[in-house]
Design a protein around this ligand. Structure first.
Ligand SMILES: Cc1ncc(COP(=O)(O)O)c(C=O)c1O
Length: 393
């Protein structure tokens, strides 16, 4: 990897640390972990607060006349973003709920196989294990072992585990521990060719990758709006292929039962859905920054520069080649940093406490890994600060 250069490809002058003033984030902290719990522009936080105030002024009027239309407006906006019909999109609180709604609604039986990978998010793995334990289905966990540099080989390797018993494949769009953008369309095609249904865990993808939901060919897709799309926490969606809508129900059955997919998911009892109502405000903010394509391109360019910087300064090694990268990247620290979960946890805490750097540090596969995020408010200096702090270790 060559030494980092600052390239003009990084886009509008508004990107970078000065944008932190438009976010609710603490500006004395170097935020390199957008991928975990997001971060919200002030205009979006204000929009959510306005919906909440409106609700509190006249709860009956709001719940009876505004609650559902505002949710449908959010579904419409998400549909516009991902080329989908609003009626195929349900708002849920988070990707974990989306995954659970699908998994727990399917009738698995003994002999059925649910395929996941060793990089499946732990909460999702737990939900699959829960369902398997109650139905006699088997979990097939495909080992995925970085470093990865060959998408064809990865598709072949995972694809070998799809067979006549595969009832469901749960495929990440972007893996959590390793930030790998999987070759999703080809994996979906391989699973479908084996006769399996496919649930995509796209927790990280909206706002990071271009998504055309119907074109993917999967059966269900869940994604968070509260990560890369910059909506408040508690905003996510579950998309369902049109023919499957009537068979999918929320985990909570309420008034909307059998009144259609959207009606069932929109009303799961009285609740505050201000985060979901504020999704269009998040999309408007992103438009104002230059739009989805520019944000995606700029963040990817930045993460590539950032990883080159860490490779040059510290000898960090990326988990994958560039073709598997969105706006996060996982890099292994050199052996001198040690191994094991306790070492990783201590390093994470030290970076936060002594250098005010927020970054996930995890141990897996015998190495310690940094997961870098690049969001619009980050700039190359943020990663240089990380390299400085790690050079002092
Ligand atoms: C791949 C993946 N799936 C699911 C989730 C769960 O997201 P949430 O906690 O919003 O449900 C995450 C969270 O980071 C994730 O990375």
């Amino acid at each position: 990897m060559t030494a980092p250069q600052s390239t003009p490809a990084l886009g509008s002058n508004r990107f970078g640390r000065s944008l932190l003033a438009e976010f609710t984030l603490e500006d004395t902290v170097t935020h390199l972990n957008h991928g975990a719990f997001g971060g919200v522009p002030k205009s979006v936080a204000r929009a959510a607060a306005r919906y909440r105030r409106e609700m509190e002024r006249d709860p009956t009027l709001f719940m009876e006349t505004r609650f559902r239309p505002l949710l449908r407006r959010s579904a419409q906006a998400l549909g516009g973003l991902m080329n989908a019909e609003a009626e195929d999109i349900a708002l849920v609180e988070n990707a974990t709920q989306g995954v659970n709604a699908v998994l727990r609604g399917l009738d698995f039986g003994p002999g059925d196989e649910i395929v996941i990978t060793t990089h499946t998010y732990n909460a999702v793995r737990n939900a699959a294990l829960y369902v398997a334990a109650r139905t006699g289905a088997q979990i097939v966990e495909v080992p995925v072992t970085p470093p990865l540099d060959d998408a064809d080989a990865l598709v072949d390797h995972i694809g070998k585990h799809f067979g006549p018993r595969t009832r469901l494949a749960i495929l990440d769009h972007v893996t959590s521990p390793s930030a790998i953008v999987l070759p999703l369309e080809r994996l979906i095609a391989a699973a479908k060719a084996a006769g399996a249904q496919v649930l995509v865990d796209g927790a990280h993808a909206p706002g990071m990758l271009a998504i055309d939901l119907p074109a993917l060919g999967c059966d269900w897709y869940t994604g968070n709006c509260h990560k890369w799309l910059m909506a408040p926490r508690g905003a996510a969606f579950l998309w369902c292929a049109p023919g499957l809508r009537d068979a999918l129900h929320p985990l909570v059955i309420s008034h909307g039962f059998e009144e259609g997919y959207a009606a069932e998911f929109d009303w799961i009892g009285t609740r505050d859905a201000a985060a979901q109502h504020a999704v269009p405000a998040a999309l408007r903010y992103r438009e104002q920054l230059g739009g989805e394509a520019l944000i995606r391109t700029r963040n990817r360019a930045l993460i590539l520069e950032a990883s080159a910087l860490l490779a040059a300064r510290l000898g960090c090694e990326p988990a994958t080649s560039d073709d598997f990268v969105g706006s996060m990247r996982t890099m292994a620290l050199p052996a001198r940093f040690g191994t094991g979960e306790a070492t990783a946890a201590a390093l994470h805490e030290k970076l936060r406490a002594e250098s005010a750097i927020q970054i996930p540090v995890r141990a897996w596969g015998g190495r310690i890994w940094l997961r870098l995020s690049a969001q619009v408010y980050n700039e190359l200096d943020d990663y240089a600060r990380l390299a400085d702090a790690l050079s002092d270790q």
